[in-house]
Design a protein around this ligand. Structure first.
Ligand code: PEP
Length: 256
């Protein structure tokens, strides 16, 4: 089955809403209509920028999908400082990253919380990008596959089985995020194939349509090799998505 690659820019806690619009416009200028023919591109600004980015995408008929970096699992309530999936859906957000390793490590998110968020995102007609990945210690001790399997099964546990077909999973080895060190394309392929098999074991046939991104220091110089792997269906990009030219070169990797 042909899966449309998804290239996602995670802006993390960078750019105020003026800077976000500048980056959006520069990025749009760098890309041509045909660049969007073969790939989907999602942008994940900080919450305070989402409305501004949505307005410009709409007004200028840009072909970006709007994304968010996180959300709460509940629709509303006494959760000071949190943003609900209903609020994001109202802003035309399509993709929500859940369980990013920074949220797992710095904000105490566990698989159960990630599973609740992923189900809530689907519940509001958006698609979760569920992040999983092992630490360097776990890889070096030969536990990477087992750790990732536990994360995948745990983080998808609350999702209705048929929704697994529409899901996006980002395999992001923690040791490769923001470090400049990228997993080899063979290691990325091996783990993405492992994840695909796990999803297939949870829902027969879902392995054919679930999209699996690789994330961790993706750059213009390594994207072609990574995207050539059979089970890598896209990239979740942090640092390199903050610079229009480099993100555009990642998006149009097929032209390289
Ligand atoms: C990320 O934020 O998910 C990420 C992979 O960051 P970077 O590309 O900077 O490693």
């Amino acid at each position: 089955m042909a899966r449309t690659p998804l290239i996602s820019g995670n802006w993390k806690m960078n750019l105020n809403h003026f800077e976000a619009i500048q980056l959006l416009q520069k990025l749009s200028y760098e890309l041509r209509d045909h660049d969007y023919d073969a790939v989907e591109v999602s942008l994940h600004p900080p919450y305070t920028d989402v409305r501004s980015v949505q307005t410009v995408i709409d007004a200028d008929r840009m072909q970006f999908q709007l994304g968010a970096q996180n959300c709460h699992a509940e629709v509303s309530g006494a959760f000071t400082g949190e943003i609900s999936p209903a609020m994001l859906a109202k802003l035309d957000v399509n993709y929500v990253i859940v369980g990013h390793s920074e949220r797992r490590a710095l904000f105490g998110e566990n698989n159960e919380m990630v599973a609740a968020k992923a189900a809530a995102v689907f519940g509001h007609e958006m698609t979760p990008i569920v992040c999983v990945g092992e630490s360097l210690e776990e890889r070096e001790s030969g536990q990477a596959e087992a750790i990732v399997e536990t994360q995948v099964r745990g983080s998808l546990a609350s999702i209705a089985a048929e929704k697994l077909e529409e899901l996006v999973i980002a395999y992001e080895p923690v040791w490769a995020i923001g470090t400049g060190v990228t997993a080899s394309s063979e290691d990325a392929q091996e783990m993405c194939s492992h994840i695909r098999n796990i999803v297939g074991s949870m829902r027969k046939g879902a392995q054919q349509s679930v999209r699996i991104q690789y994330g961790g220091s993706v750059k213009p110089s390594n994207v072609v090799e990574l995207m050539a792997m059979a089970d890598v269906d896209g990239a979740l990009v942090g640092g390199a998505s903050l610079e229009a030219e480099s993100f555009a070169r990642i998006v149009n990797y097929k032209a390289a």
